[in-house]
Design a binder for this molecule. Structure first.
Ligand SMILES: Cc1cc2nc3c(=O)[nH]c(=O)nc-3n(C[C@H](O)[C@H](O)[C@H](O)COP(=O)(O)O)c2cc1C
Length: 330
């Protein structure tokens, strides 16, 4: 069976501009979960916080699942209903955001300390909204066993699937993923599980796929930004030489830059956004760090383009290109 791949939500990176450009140039993802939309006093389908999911702004070919970060039953219901009106039949509930400010307010991963509250919210929300719900969770808030308590309590709910990132909230995004704990989660849930965490190379995917043969759905975050070819590599869709792979990357960079030029106002914002991209791409190329550090000194778009143009013209080594990488399409 071909694996089903989800683009992970990364606030500031996997927004609609990125998703649209990515989808024009690459294959491989089946779904994308959007970066979270916070509950606010949403009263209208035209509300600004929903801009990222406006249907007319989204042209990606993979299915889009908007994500909600909330612990308020009313806000959750209102937001889900508006998303349904927009055409989104599934919403994803963020129970994994690790930021302290959010966890302290018992949202994101903070809610994982309160399984009864999660069940109460789900109970009221699921019976009221027209959409299906998928969940994105971590192992726990501060400890790695909150999920062991929660998962059996969710078994009778009609949840579409549960995306599990096997870290705790306090771990943020670093430290080891706990795949033994992930394995234990599998024995505690009846729901379909999507694995998420540190899939950053074809070999990592292969290792995890061998270790968890019952899992067929995978979510890729930072690894897919650093290596935009990774979904194609996993699905054996890419067959290019390093030179062609680099050329495709340059095209991706140029289209993303052009799209941000249209989307954002003023060179400072565009350069800041490209710098954010290069915080990932610095790991894509040998010498990529030099670009990341030099961007801080660029004052206008021409300087930025000249810096990046010179870098690409020197044919930098692609660190993501290995002999195990792109596979021949069969
Ligand atoms: C900068 C940043 C922003 C993120 N924003 C979100 C978000 O809005 N919603 C969410 O559920 N996860 C968010 N995540 C978590 C990722 O979706 C993913 O769960 C995490 O990075 C682990 O997967 P990976 O190792 O494949 O990146 C974010 C991660 C990072 C690094």
């Amino acid at each position: 069976m071909k694996p089903v791949l989800y683009m992970a939500p990364i606030q500031g990176i996997t927004n609609c501009v990125y998703r649209n450009v990515y989808s024009r140039l690459f294959e491989g993802y089946d779904f994308a979960v959007t970066p979270f939309i916070r509950n606010c006093n949403v009263i209208s389908i035209r509300c600004k916080v929903l801009r990222d999911i406006f249907v007319q702004r989204n042209s990606a070919t993979f299915d889009l699942i908007p994500q909600i970060l909330s612990n308020s039953i009313n806000d959750f219901i209102n937001l889900s209903k508006i998303m349904f009106e927009m055409g989104y039949s599934t919403v994803n509930w963020n129970l994994g955001c690790p930021h302290k400010k959010i966890r302290r307010k018992n949202r994101g991963a903070g809610l994982l300390s309160y399984p009864e509250t999660i069940v109460k919210i789900l109970n009221d929300v699921i019976t009221t909204i027209p959409n299906q719900i998928s969940l994105k969770v971590r192992l726990g808030n501060e400890v790695n066993n909150d999920l062991f308590t929660l998962l059996p309590m969710l078994n009778d709910f009609p949840v579409k699937n549960i995306i599990i990132h096997p870290r705790t909230g306090s771990q943020m995004y670093s430290g080891e993923t706990d795949i033994d704990a992930f394995e234990e989660c599998l024995s505690l849930t009846k729901h379909q599980v999507v694995y998420n965490g540190d899939i950053n190379a074809f070999e990592t995917f292969k290792y995890l796929a061998n270790r968890f043969p019952t899992i067929n759905m995978w979510m890729i975050g930072r690894g897919g930004v650093i290596n935009p070819f990774l979904p194609e590599q996993i699905k054996s869709l890419a067959a290019d030489t390093e030179e062609k792979t680099r050329a495709r990357f340059v095209e991706f960079h140029d289209e993303l830059f052009a799209s941000y030029q249209k989307e954002l106002s003023g060179p400072a914002h565009i350069i800041a956004k490209m710098k954010e991209m290069w915080s990932y791409w610095s790991k894509t190329f040998e010498g990529g760090n030099h670009v990341l550090h030099s961007i801080a000194r660029t004052r206008n778009l021409n300087q930025y383009l000249s810096l990046v143009g010179k870098f690409f013209n020197n044919n930098p080594k692609l660190l993501i290109y290995t002999s195990h990488g792109p596979k021949l399409k069969v």
